[in-house]
Design a protein around this ligand. Structure first.
Ligand code: BES
Ligand code: MG
Ligand code: ZN
Length: 473
């Protein structure tokens, strides 16, 4: 607190007002506490909001993100249009990042289908962070963070689209819109997928009148000889379960089954706008999983793109089938350095870790350690699950190479075991974001994650790629 009272940004009147509130024990500074009061007179500062940060030693970036979010929501609530943040004196890069993220992500709200949009429920707030020194450098960091947060919000916008307005063709359109930023986009149509043997994607897509699409995005920021990072995102625009139909309860939430793919779109957008000096490929298999007379059926055996055969025992385990083809296609076409896939893949991941932690399964210790380390900074919680021979055993089929379900035990892991049959020897990480991609039963409330899609994974993976482009291993 004393830091702030020495600040050059506030005059004696303001300081006196703050001291008064504190000396009268009206504000104690407990974490999360806020107090707003109006200043008399005609100075430029009209209102002061004191924000409690709690004990200094226990303060973290995540706390900064949460409290910056709360503060800006309070400000919007009281119709403040312009605000300046005066942090305590030890400002570092990650604190600036956290404050910008907290504010920008909290103000998000999906208003597209509200015919009466009022400025009070989604109006912009102009925020300035006051720093005592290094303002140019901090401005640069704030600008980059703003861009990343914008990528998260645009991911949320895509994820939140209702299924009637977002068939696979719409995902393809959203991808093509990124060409404006220098990304090369290719869409493979169903007949092309049929002709090259992407039978997994074609099979899952058979039940819908909205044809499947395989979307490929290419950012070439590195040299030609540099192997690309491959990001693969599941985009099932609606998952009814197909012939193995899901129960009706909460089925509407399966509009979010495209969140992995939308995250890949958001990440690629940021990668392009940041001009990262590395090569990144995004691949998004997009289908609608529907029951109909043309649907794929339990009992079918599919010969996948990489030649392996899959016995389908439940058409609701569709995500792994389309991802498997997309991964194998990405490997054969682009020989990636590493693969990261994002998917709302299993309810079992939620059973295992709850709705606030994504499940990770991977094949490369170093890559895993790096990603988990970054996730600790971004606040996007990730926990590694093991993958053992026993898990592979669960998905062996008596009549094909593998089957697409492994029973209830360890369901998130057997789904990953399935995918590992298609990753060859390429270092690979799978992120099951079923619990974290949108706010649902069991979601811990955070100011910066308003209701609906969260854009989970976007910040962590952008940070991961930024680190990689800076040559950090
Ligand atoms: N999209 C679902 C997974 C899901 C369920 C995500 C609930 C978020 C919330 C996926 O396609 C699916 O249906 N998985 C099945 C697999 C099962 C049939 C082996 C599941 O988790 O029940
Ligand atoms: Mg399913
Ligand atoms: Zn699904």
């Amino acid at each position: 607190m004393s830091d702030i009272l020495e600040s050059k940004f506030i005059d004696e009147t303001v300081k006196a007002a703050i001291i008064d509130v504190i000396e009268n024990n009206e504000f104690k500074g407990n974490f999360g506490s806020r107090m707003m009061f109006r200043l008399m007179g005609n100075g430029t500062i009209r209102k002061i909001m004191l924000i409690g940060l709690g004990e200094r030693e226990k303060f973290t970036d995540e706390k900064a993100r949460l409290i910056a979010g709360k503060a800006v929501l309070d400000a919007r609530e009281s119709n403040v249009e312009e605000l300046a943040v005066l942090p305590f004196s030890t400002v570092d890069d990650s604190l600036i990042e956290a404050i910008v993220e907290g504010m920008h992500l909290s103000l998000y709200s999906f208003q597209r289908y509200k015919t009466n949009r009022t400025s009070s429920n989604f109006g912009p707030v102009l925020a300035t962070i006051l720093v005592e020194s290094d303002s140019e450098r901090f401005q640069m960091i704030a600008d980059k963070t703003h861009l990343t947060s914008e990528a998260v919000n645009s991911t949320r916008d895509m994820c939140n689209l209702p299924p009637n307005e977002c068939p696979p063709a719409q995902i393809a359109k959203l991808a093509l819109a990124l060409e404006e930023f220098g990304i090369k986009v290719t869409i493979l149509e169903r007949y092309e997928m049929e002709s090259i043997g992407l039978n997994g994607i074609v099979s899952v897509g058979k039940g819908s009148n909205n044809p499947p699409k395989l979307i490929v995005l290419k950012h070439s920021g590195g040299s030609n000889s540099q192997k690309p990072y491959l990001l693969v995102g599941k985009a099932v625009t609606f998952d009814t379960g197909g012939i193995s139909l899901k129960p009706g309860d909460k089925m509407d939430e399966m509009k979010y089954d495209k969140c992995g793919g939308c995250a890949v779109l958001g990440i690629l957008k940021a990668v392009a706008l940041l001009g990262l000096k590395l090569n990144v490929i995004g691949i998004i298999p997009s289908v609608e999983n529907m029951p109909s007379s043309s649907s794929y059926k339990p009992g079918e055996i599919i010969t996948m793109y990489n030649g392996k055969t899959v016995e389908v025992l439940n058409t609701d385990a569709e995500g792994r089938i389309i991802l498997a083809d997309a991964i194998a296609y990405g490997i054969s076409k682009y020989q990636p350095k590493a693969i990261i896939d994002l998917a709302t893949l299993t309810g079992a991941a939620i059973i295992a870790l709850g709705a606030n932690v994504a499940a990770l399964v991977g094949s490369d210790e170093q890559l895993i350690a790096k990603l988990i380390q970054i996730s600790k900074k971004t606040g996007e919680k990730i926990w590694e699950l093991p993958l053992f021979e026993e898990h592979h055993e669960q998905i062996k089929s008596s009549i094909a190479d593998i089957k697409n379900i492994g029973g209830r035990p360890g369901g998130a892991i057997t789904a990953a075991a399935f995918l590992s049959n298609f990753t060859s020897e390429v270092p690979w990480i799978h992120l099951d974001i079923a619990g974290t991609a949108w706010t649902q039963d069991g979601t811990y409330e955070k100011s910066y994650n308003p209701k609906g899609a969260t854009g989970f994974g976007v910040r962590t993976l952008i940070k991961f790629l930024i680190d990689r482009s800076n040559g950090q291993v």
